[in-house]
Write a protein that binds this ligand. Structure first.
Ligand SMILES: Nc1nc2c(ncn2[C@@H]2O[C@H](COP(=O)(O)OP(=O)(O)O)[C@@H](O)[C@H]2O)c(=O)[nH]1
Ligand SMILES: [Mg+2]
Length: 463
């Protein structure tokens, strides 16, 4: 890999600015022990500090008589540290001035201010984590829901990294089998067991494609599932949105056509972030603004992860659903049979076949009945009930690389299965090399500096 060997020592405030219980100044690099000796004075005992021990004491600027604060300090010697270098952490009372003074004290001792993400970058460059794990650190910090946090953790502890390492092993095996076909092409006996290679390729491809499919789940966890409430005017869509989020977000009236804009509101259910979107009702008439609202709905329909079709069960007649029928076939959909607090006059048989095939939940948006069941059903429908693997692809960069990996394997497998006796093993090998490059890029073995810069600039300073 690269030549790094960092000679400088970096320092940063690792906790958020402002007042708080504890503020941490963090350092990494060869000067850590010397800096500890210059700025930290243990209350009991003396230097040298033992590695991985917490010491209570005081901090001060080098050469100064005056103490800045009481402190706890821990020195973590290489390689047993976050960056695999010597690391030092100094905890003080958190206040903008205290923390800043401690930072300045360590800078005076020869450390320099760290760039955003530089600690994690060093952990990566020093080989403690691979690139996917470094990226997971960022996902972890940014996780806004339990589901996102769990997925980030799965990846942080090496979900994708382990998977990619396994793929690499299998790919290496395949490559060596295929090499035989290139080196001895003219022998009478086929040098390569085409069937075995084809089978191994198929298995690897299947596994990789399975991982590719986790991306949808990963994206849902990170960005939230877009759940669109659709249905006839006055069915209770806006009321249901309010019931789902637990407060009055959308305007509710008994005038048809009240909702014209798309109203969007975030909520979390069972760890899954959901973005509930209220829409203008389906009907032919209505003024220009309402029509515009429906145009918006049509445009945004493509982005919806799930539809909730709201039906007023107290009306004798269910209005024609028009284009909604088509959408219901294309997208996951749940029927909310609303207003069950009133006498039920509509009949399920009036619903078109495609709609009746969908899961139905009886609700009263007005009374709040059945809303939990509806949310459970939404979550089930999107996550398939089970929690699945402990991790998922969450990152576009990963998705693209795994997808390219699959394309290479797919082409290789096709050549093997169609080639019969006359497989061009050179071309197969070429595809396998392409697949290997994708893996290397994924793990960061070959990521160029521009890619790294783009990833790490999103980190905050001190991470
Ligand atoms: N009785 C009853 N009335 C409801 C229920 N849900 C909505 N409504 C009423 O139906 C009317 C239309 O509701 P609204 O949410 O604006 O429907 P939208 O046009 O689909 O957004 C309002 O008068 C609501 O109070 C319900 O579950 N039970
Ligand atoms: Mg409405």
């Amino acid at each position: 890999m690269r030549q790094w060997g960092f000679r400088d020592t970096i320092a940063a405030v690792a906790t958020p600015r402002g007042k708080g219980a504890i503020g941490i100044v963090r350092l990494s690099g060869p000067l850590c022990r010397k800096i500890a000796e210059s700025v930290f004075e243990p209350a009991r005992g003396s230097h040298p500090l033992r590695s991985h021990r917490f010491y209570y004491g005081r901090v001060r600027a080098p050469g100064s008589e005056e103490y800045i604060d009481e402190a706890m300090a821990v020195l973590m010697e290489a390689p047993r540290s976050y960056t695999r270098e010597d690391c030092l952490e100094i905890q003080v009372h958190s206040g903008p001035s205290v923390v800043q003074e401690v930072l300045e004290a360590v800078l005076q001792c020869g450390a320099r201010v760290a760039n955003p993400g530089e600690f994690t970058l060093r952990a990566f460059l020093n080989g403690r984590i691979d690139l996917t794990q470094a990226e997971a650190v960022l996902d972890m910090v940014e996780a806004r829901s339990r589901a996102a946090r769990r997925l980030a953790l799965g990846q942080l502890v090496g979900g994708l990294a382990r998977e990619a390492a396994q793929w690499k092993e299998r790919l290496l095996d395949l490559m060596s089998s295929v090499e035989a076909g290139i080196d001895f092409p003219d022998e009478d006996l086929p040098a390569v067991d085409g069937e075995a290679v084809g089978k191994a390729l198929g298995e690897l491809l299947l596994r990789a494609e399975g991982i590719l499919e986790t991306y949808r789940r990963g994206r849902l966890a990170r960005e939230g599932a877009r759940v669109m409430l659709i249905g006839p005017v006055n069915a209770g869509k806006s009321s249901l949105l309010n019931a789902m989020v637990g407060y009055e977000r959308a305007i509710v009236t008994d005038l048809p056509g009240t909702t014209r804009d798309l109203v969007e509101e975030p909520l979390e259910w069972g760890g899954l972030p959901i973005r509930a979107i209220d829409t203008a009702g389906i009907r032919e008439e209505g003024d220009e603004i309402e029509k515009h609202g429906r145009r918006l709905l049509r445009e945004r329909m493509g982005e919806a992860d799930l539809l909730v079709l709201v039906i007023d069960s107290s009306k004798e007649e269910i209005p024609p659903l028009g284009e909604v029928e088509g959408w219901v076939v294309e997208k996951p959909c749940i029927v909310a049979w609303n207003k069950v607090d009133l006498e039920e006059r509509a009949r399920l048989e009036q619903l078109p076949e495609a709609v009746r095939a969908r899961r139905l939940v009886r609700v009263s948006a007005l009374k709040g009945w059945g809303v939990r069941e509806l949310l459970d059903a939404i979550r089930d429908e999107l996550l398939g009930g089970d929690e699945g693997e402990e991790w998922a692809l969450t990152n576009v960069r990963h998705r693209d690389l795994v997808s390219r990996f699959c394309s290479h394997l797919g082409r290789a497998r096709e050549m093997v299965s169609q080639g019969g006796e006359g497989v061009w093993w050179e071309l197969v090998a070429e595809e396998l090399r392409g697949a290997m490059e994708c893996l290397d890029e994924l793990r960061g073995v070959k990521a160029d500096d521009e890619v790294l810069a783009r990833i790490f600039e999103r980190f905050c300073i001190g991470k």
